[in-house]
Design a protein around this ligand. Structure first.
Ligand code: SF4
Length: 360
C-alpha cells in the first residue's frame, strides 16, 4: 500500500520536529498555554515568556487563583492582552467545570477559544479527529493542491479548506498529524523561499513540483490604513504623567500609557519631538510621535482627576502595567536622557540606574 501524506509528514516530524517545552512536558494545561501564546506571536519570541509563565502559573489552579493585575503583569511584553484575560477566565471556568470539557465543541464554549485553538486542544489532548487549520496549514494546503481560490482572511480560508484538511487527516493520529503539518508550514513550507527540494511531501505537492509554491495562497490585497498620534512626555518632580486606558478598550482596559496630546491642553511642536516610532497592527500602520513638554499650570489642573491620570514616580515604572510599545518607548527615552551629553536639568530627573533590564 502506498504511503499517505499523513504518515510521511508524521514520520518526518518524529525526526525533525523542534524540541519545544510544551512538547517535552505535554499536558492539557501546557498545550492550552502554548496555543494561546502562539496566537499572533512567533515561537522564538514567546519561548522566554512561556518559561516565565509556567514557573509562576504551573497549572490551571494556580492561574485561576491569581488576580488579574498579576496575570497581565506576567503577560507583559507579549501584547494582545485579551489573550491573557481570556486564559485567566478559561482557567477559572475549567476549574469549576463538571464534567471537564473534553471535545472541540465543548472547548469552543470556553473564553477566548476559537475554532483553531479548540481543534488543536481536542486533537492533541483528547485525540479527537478534527483538523487544525492555522496560517501555516493554510499555506501548505493551498500549495499541495495549487489551489487558486483567493484568500481574504484566515476565517474564509479555514472554511474554504475544511474539506481538504479533513480528507488528509488520519483519524487514528489526529494530534500528531496536526502538529506535523503545522511544523512543516513553520519550518519548511515557508512563506518566501520554501525548502521544496528537502520537503518530505514534495511528491504530493502540485505547486512544489511545478516550481511555483510562492504563488499560493493567493491573497486579496487589502488597503492599509495610516494613523498618526502625538503623545506627551511630561515629567514633574521625578513623576511621569501617564493616563489610564478607559474600560471601553477590550484589549488594554486598565493599562497605563503615555498621554495622547489631544486629551490635554498641550501644543506639541516639531521642536518638542523626542521620539517617533512606527508599528503595524493588522491593517493599520500607526506612527506615534512623543513630545516632551513642561508641566504647565493648565496641565496640572487638567490632570487632577485621579481616576484617569497617574503621576507615576519614575523610579517605580518597572512595576507598572504598561502596554509593550509604551514600555519600550519609556525605556528608550529614559536611556537617552540618562546619557551624559543630555541636558543636565532633564538628566537629573532620571534616577540612577534606570532603566534596570528585566530578566526575560
Ligand atoms: S513541496 Fe514546497 S510548496 Fe509543497 S509543501 Fe513542500 S515546501 Fe511547501
Amino acid at each position: 500500500m502506498s504511503e499517505s501524506l499523513s504518515s510521511v509528514v508524521r514520520a518526518w516530524f518524529g525526526r525533525h520536529g523542534r524540541a519545544l517545552p510544551w512538547r517535552e512536558n505535554r499536558s492539557l494545561y501546557s498545550t492550552v498555554v502554548s496555543e494561546f501564546m502562539l496566537q499572533q506571536t512567533q515561537v522564538a519570541t514567546m519561548l522566554p515568556y512561556y518559561a516565565r509563565w509556567m514557573t509562576r502559573f504551573p497549572d490551571f489552579e494556580s492561574l485561576a487563583q491569581a488576580v488579574e493585575p498579576e496575570v497581565l503583569f506576567q503577560w507583559q511584553g507579549l501584547g494582545y492582552y485579551s489573550r491573557a484575560r481570556n486564559l485567566h477566565r478559561l482557567a477559572r471556568a475549567w476549574c469549576t467545570a463538571d464534567p471537564k470539557p473534553d471535545s472541540a465543541a465543548a472547548w469552543r464554549r470556553l473564553p477566548g477559544v476559537g475554532p483553531y485553538t479548540a481543534a488543536a486542544v481536542a486533537s492533541l489532548a483528547f485525540r479527537e479527529p478534527v483538523p487544525v487549520i492555522d496560517g501555516n496549514v493554510i499555506r501548505v494546503l493551498t500549495r499541495l493542491h495549487a489551489d487558486p481560490t483567493p484568500v481574504r482572511d484566515s476565517a474564509g480560508a479555514r472554511r474554504a479548506l475544511a474539506g481538504r484538511a479533513e480528507a488528509l487527516l488520519d483519524p487514528n493520529h489526529p494530534g500528531e498529524h496536526n502538529e506535523a503539518l503545522m511544523e512543516l508550514g513553520a519550518t519548511v513550507c515557508l512563506p518566501r523561499n520554501p525548502l521544496c527540494t528537502s520537503c518530505p511531501v514534495l511528491r504530493f505537492c502540485t505547486a512544489g513540483q511545478r516550481g511555483e509554491p510562492e504563488r499560493y495562497p493567493r491573497r486579496l490585497r487589502r488597503v492599509r490604513e495610516r494613523i498618526t498620534r502625538q503623545r506627551l512626555w511630561i515629567v514633574s518632580e521625578q513623576h511621569l504623567l501617564l493616563s489610564r486606558v478607559a474600560g471601553g478598550s477590550k484589549r488594554l482596559a486598565g493599562f497605563l500609557e503615555l498621554p495622547d496630546a489631544a486629551s490635554l491642553p498641550a501644543k506639541p511642536t516639531r521642536e518638542s519631538e523626542i521620539l517617533r516610532r512606527t508599528r503595524g497592527i493588522s491593517d493599520q500602520t500607526i506612527t506615534e510621535t512623543i513630545h516632551q513638554l513642561p508641566c504647565s499650570a493648565r496641565i496640572r489642573e487638567a490632570t487632577s482627576d485621579n481616576e484617569r491620570w497617574v503621576w507615576a514616580p519614575v523610579s517605580d515604572l518597572e512595576s507598572l502595567v504598561l502596554s509593550g510599545p509604551h514600555r519600550r518607548w519609556i525605556d528608550e527615552i529614559l536611556t537617552q536622557q540618562s546619557r551624559p551629553e543630555f541636558d543636565a536639568s532633564v538628566r537629573d530627573a532620571v534616577p540612577n540606574g534606570y532603566p534596570q533590564r528585566r530578566s526575560r
